[in-house]
Design a protein around this ligand. Sequence first.
Ligand SMILES: [Zn+2]
Length: 137
Amino acid sequence: MASVDPALEREVWARANGTCEYCRMPQACDVLRFQVDHIVARKHGGSTEPSNTALACYACNAFKGPNIAGIDPVSKQVVQLFHPRRDHWGDHFEWHGALLVGRTPSGRATIAVLQINLPQRVAVRRQLIAEGAFRTA
Ligand SMILES: [Zn+2]
């Protein structure tokens, strides 16, 4: 991945308060460095501007890749992925303990594509919740 302008990177980090804008993991709880995500990947014409960038943990960013859409596991329809700049997180997602549940087709597709409920990721969140380091409310 090409580097992002340091000023933009600082803006993205500050705006997200050091937290993944998809799975809400804080960088302080993750050993892998978070990354500036192009919400709409450059290969689809997405720009490197504040309106098209989000802070993403390594796992979310790696699973998301250049995807901009996914398949809602309930309706089986192709839908756009959650867009951190246009969509409100709480409209699309809710916590059931350490499990993230999609409230909308877009939320469900995003959880599936980004593999946010991979067993090892849920286990890490469960541990962090028990330690008081990860808040779901
Ligand atoms: Zn994440």
